[in-house]
Ligand binder design. Structure first.
Ligand SMILES: Cc1cc2nc3c(=O)[nH]c(=O)nc-3n(C[C@H](O)[C@H](O)[C@H](O)COP(=O)(O)OP(=O)(O)OC[C@H]3O[C@@H](n4cnc5c(N)ncnc54)[C@H](O)[C@@H]3O)c2cc1C
Length: 313
């Protein structure tokens, strides 16, 4: 981490006062991501309530400090040199959910699997196809995560968004959900999401969850360290995975990273991979698909820090 990314003691103290808790300088972000590589943040701090989140965002903005909201890091590649800003993660009340009639009020930091387990306990159906996605509810809303023909946007009734020092409620239509996208206000953080579900018998919900989990296990490198789908599906008949497979990318290696032999749109950290290895594979794969099919693959994984992908020529 260069000197330019170190925060002054006064800046840290103001952030910690806003959060009501201690932060950490230079925390390695790789261990907070599912792919397990990437360098440190200048400062890492957690928000345990909407009020603390508002205060941290206001303090960062008053001090002109860049910040990034980290969910479960399951669709994220952090550069090896790290990121020169404040990384904020949600905890406490923002990782809890409760039933409100046929709705589930979720703190945005809760994982989809825990939200789905809570829905099962409450006899509420809808989250079953998404239960195996290893992200947070907030990350899922930001990316409109989906699987097996369902997406979280279909369930969202409203979200609480912190923007600077204030919080607003946006309803489903205001979020303009699209394929792996939602229209959040610039600089907005999802603090809570209200999901509209349907009553169902526990056995039925649990059978559906097992069925989707089986389908996931048979088609993805479950258990390996990955960052989920690397590229978005492009317009057209073939998925990114099919194009990558046809372009001969399966099994391609760079350092400790490999394009999964099980699914060409997943890159696996086999141990000791650097973010540069993953990025190198992304560039190779993207170039091959472009040369073979004239299709430009856009990353689904979010890149934090570093120079990003090579331009295609
Ligand atoms: C094995 C595996 C399988 C996967 N399968 C699927 C799948 O089937 N379908 C699918 O869609 N995805 C899948 N993913 C990708 C990933 O789990 C989802 O995109 C997930 O929604 C990301 O959530 P996260 O909390 O991990 O977000 P992160 O990876 O931490 O962040 C992703 C982006 O969301 C933003 N973000 C996170 N939280 C918030 C918030 N509260 N408010 C505003 N912005 C926020 C971050 O700033 C960042 O830009 C998979 C990943 C893995 C590793």
């Amino acid at each position: 981490m260069s000197d330019a990314v170190r925060l002054s003691g006064a800046a840290r103290a103001r952030l910690e006062e806003a959060a009501g808790s201690k932060g950490e300088a230079g925390l390695e972000l790789g261990r907070l991501t599912t792919i397990g590589c990437g360098g440190p943040a200048a400062f890492f701090i957690e928000a345990d309530s909407t009020a603390h989140l508002e205060a941290i965002l206001a303090s960062a903005s008053d001090q002109g400090l860049p910040w990034f909201l980290l969910g479960r890091g399951s669709n994220l590649l952090v550069a090896d040199e790290g990121w020169p800003g404040i990384v904020i993660r949600l905890t406490g009340a923002l990782k809890k959910c409760s039933r409100e009639g046929e709705r589930l009020d979720c703190g945005a930091g809760i994982t989809l699997s825990r939200a789905a387990a809570a829905a099962l306990d409450a006899g509420l159906s809808g989250l079953e196809p998404l239960a195996g996605i290893p992200g947070s509810v907030g990350g899922a809303v930001a990316m409109n995560a989906g699987a097996f023909g369902a997406a979280i946007g279909d369930l969202v009734q409203s979200v609480e968004i912190c923007l600077g020092g204030e919080t607003a409620v946006l309803d489903h239509d205001g979020l303009e959900f699209g394929y792996r996208s939602a229209r959040l206000p610039a600089g907005g953080v999802v603090a809570r999401a209200m999901l509209k579900l349907k009553p169902a018998k526990a056995a039925q919900i649990s059978n559906l969850m097992s069925m989707f989990s089986g389908r996931r296990a048979s088609s993805q490198p479950v258990g390996g360290r990955t960052c989920g789908s690397v590229f978005k599906n492009p317009p057209g008949e073939k998925s990114a995975g099919e194009l990558l497979e046809l372009a001969g990318c399966k099994g391609e290696r760079s350092g400790g990273a490999i394009v999964s032999p099980a699914h060409a749109n997943f890159i696996v950290n086999e141990g000791g991979a650097k973010a540069a290895d993953v990025l190198d594979l992304m560039n190779i794969c993207r170039r091959r698909v472009h040369e073979s099919f004239g299709v430009v693959l856009e990353p689904e994984v979010r890149l934090l820090g570093g120079a990003g992908l090579d331009p295609l020529r």
